[in-house]
Structure formats: C-alpha cells, structure tokens
Ligand binder design. Sequence first.
Ligand code: NAD
Length: 304
Amino acid sequence: VTTPSFGLYSDAPWQAIEAEQLDVRRSRAKGPLSPAQLREEVTEAVALIVGVDRVDASVLAAAPHLKVIGKHGVGIDNIDLQAAAEAGVTVVRTPGANSRAVADLAVTLLLAGARKLLEADRTLRAGAWNQLFGQEMHGRTLGLIGFGQIGREVARRGAGFGCEITAYDPFLPEEVFARDGVRRCSLPELLATSDFISLHVPMPPDGSPLLSREALETMKPGAGVVNTSRGGLIDSAAAADLLRSGHLGFLAADAFEEEPIPPDHPLLSAPNTVLTPHIGACSDGANAAMGSDVIHDVARVLRG
Ligand code: NAD
C-alpha cells in the first residue's frame, strides 16, 4: 500500500516497483490518511508506504501481515516506533533523498523573509509602489539548529551568499563542522549571535519546543527564523507575540503543530510571516528519489 504523493512527478518509483516485482496498491484518499482510513487499507498489506500519515498502534494492530513501513521522506515522528518494534515491523526512511529540495525551500523562505517579498508583492497588487528595505545576506550570521543532511545543504547555500555559518548539533563530531567551514556552538550562543536561524532537527522525544518563549526572547532583536522541520519545535503563540513586538524580524515556516494549519493558528494573524503548506520535499527530484529509495529499501526488508 502506498501514499497519494508517491511517484507523482516521475516514473522512477514505478520503474523501481517493476524491477522489484512488487504488487502495489495506491490509496485513492487525498492528503494524509487518518489512522481510521489507514486501518482499512492495511488488512492484507505486507508493506506500507506513508508520508506524514499517522501510523499509530491501532494501524499496526489492524495489519497482521505487515513486515515493513517505508517513510516516503525523513521525519518519522508520525510513526509509533515502539508499537512497530513490538509488532516486529521494520521502519525504513529515505535519508538524503529530499535534503536538497528542503534546503532550497529553507533558503527561499530565508530570502523571502529577509527581503519582505510577500509584503512587497501584496502592496504592489494593492496599488502601492512601496520600496521596502530588507536585510542583506552578506556578512550576516546564519545559525543552524541541527547539522544533518539538510542542515549541511543549507550551510553550503548560505556560504554562497556570504553568510557566516554557525551550527548547534551536540550529536556530531567536530570534523563534520570543520569540513564545511562551519563554526560549532552551543544553543544559547547560537540564539544570542545569529541574524537568521534555520531549524533542521527532528522533534525532541518529549515533544517540548526547542524554541520556547524563553529561548526566543534570548535571540538577537530583529533576527529571523526559518522552520522547515516540525511545527512543534517553536512555541507559535510566543513567536506571534514577539513578531508583533518586533523582537522577531520575521518567521517563515513550512511545518505546523497540526496540519493542515487550523484557521485560528497564532501565526496566521501575526505580521512578517511567510507560511507554506509542508512543501519542502515537493520537488520533482525529491519525489523521484524518495519514491525509488523507499521501494528498494522496502523490497530489501521483504527479501529478508
Ligand atoms: P538528519 O537526521 O540528517 O539530521 C538531523 C540532525 O539533527 C542530526 O545531525 C542530529 O544529530 C541533529 N539533532 C537531533 N536532535 C537535536 C537537538 N535536540 N538539537 C540539535 N541537533 C539535534 O535529518 P535531515 O534530513 O537533515 O532532516 C531534518 C528534519 O527536517 C527532519 O527531522 C524533518 O523533521 C524535517 N524535514 C522536513 C521536510 C519538509 O517537507 N518540510 C522534509 C524532510 C525533512
């Protein structure tokens, strides 16, 4: 069983299915499937491929033949890993397949925020010729929280714009940072010194926001934040307050605590925001790579 976004932009995943001789059924539901919808799809399945669809213990209980779950992407916080382990179900994902696409979007959001792109477009269409002034990249400090596959791609792009790059990732050895000419630092230092911060970490297991109100308040006044990772990494209500007070220069986000974003989400009514509907991995290249990688990995597990 596979997810609706699978193999939309390229034949590569379908060729992988043919090469691996898999019998695949594609869900016809639009958007992420709920656990209730998934339960109906998985009764016969030996493999399940998901995007951000939530795979909880009830889905696993409804899938007696399931051997493997393939994540069409990287973040696996939508999958109950403990329940999967208890059911003897292997979980695979596609590290690196979408990192360039997400990094491209992170930089797009960064520039859009720094140069007030949306406001310029909006005011022009409303009949004003309002030449807004923004922040230039050259010489500015871009702080990356998380220096994995996507963080490193963002670092290379930021360096191309002449930014000084710092990164906080306590799980990596020093040489990983040195290789890309990036300065490693602590989270408090990164918050206090960055002109722009971009998040590239998974959700912490305890679900608490890394950028809490206290953390956001220690940021450099006027600094901008880009979040292409997970909505829960930022205290959105606090961020909305700090955007209003001007302490935060802008916030650009591609991920939200609840998706689709609810109409009363605090960032919808806050100024200086750029918000996109989780499109980080929605590129032709990433869709092709995620689709074929996940098929080959799932097939490998099924072959034992
Ligand atoms: P990755 O596993 O390669 O890198 C994550 C890095 O975060 C690792 O180096 C890890 O050491 C570090 N890390 C973990 N916890 C941390 C913490 N508390 N503080 C600092 N560093 C920490 O993953 P990636 O491919 O770079 O993806 C990063 C995140 O991007 C994913 O977890 C996912 O949430 C998000 N993502 C979003 C989209 C999108 O469409 N917007 C697409 C893909 C991934």
